[in-house]
Design a protein around this ligand. Sequence first.
Ligand code: CP
Length: 328
Amino acid sequence: MITSIRGQNLLTLEGMSEGALLEVLDTAESFVEVNRRTIKKVPALKGRVVASIFFEESTRTRLSFETAAKRLSADVLSLAVASSSVKKGESLRDTTATIDALGIDAVVMRHQSSGAALQVSRYVPHVRVINAGDGLHQHPTQGLLDAFTIRQVLSERKGSSGVESGLEMFKGLRVLIVGDIRHSRVARSDIWAYATLGCDVRVAAPGTLLPANIETWPVTVVSNFDEALEWADVVGLLRLQRERGSGSFVPSLEEFTQTFGLTLARAKRLGPSTIIMHPGPMNRGVEIDSKVADQVNAVITRQVANGVPVRMAVLYLALAGVREGGAS
Ligand code: CP
């Protein structure tokens, strides 16, 4: 059980305690105000060096991590993998050792292989490793920012001046996750975060897009997607991960949209307060109708915005108590 990420790596949300999740959410809340200032900077990580290494494409995660590090006054080393010596065949181990030799405190890493972030953490045990997405395994900061966004929206609706620090917002909250569960590291992180926080989590997908071990996950597989839409307080859409071959797991995109897409007709089944989420990038017209994605109860750009305070919190906590020259 991971009881705090203070001074620790962040590799997965599976096995993270309620308290550890809430510590990140509450710390992120304190950074929201920094992001509203004219000068969006605090000296918390001044003199620290954060390396950003993305072996896979990213827009949201990479930009928000680098923004987060800069707003904490850290120096950022950003490796453009496509034009790096990785293309000459340099191994992950040697790439890591090379970046470490430049003097880094943390590395934010995305990689196409499940377990790559754990591997890097073994190569450089004195550096804090933050998993920004590894293969089909985990995307922990996406799970954290999704939970943060839900709590923020529900808190605003309740009209409280601040965000409740406890678990009340999540207890019994009905969350439906729809789409390519099989290939989604976002689903794997979201599900563990939501379930640990007390939500009732259900998934809807074609049988071919469910993982073989779904019965070991803390979720219920729904048989009637349309009924589940009426049940849900939160609906999270996932895109078909065609780069991981998911196109061949459905007869056609049109059929997937007809059976599991959040079309305009299906969106009418949702309650007026149902929160619609998507981690991005979206395939408009496939898993979500373009007009539905722009509805007021769709919080997709808010999820992106919340990536910055949540990733500030993760970097701040992971480097907290880590003294010069190694982990505390
Ligand atoms: N949600 C997400 O991980 O988006 P990017 O691939 O653009 O980082």
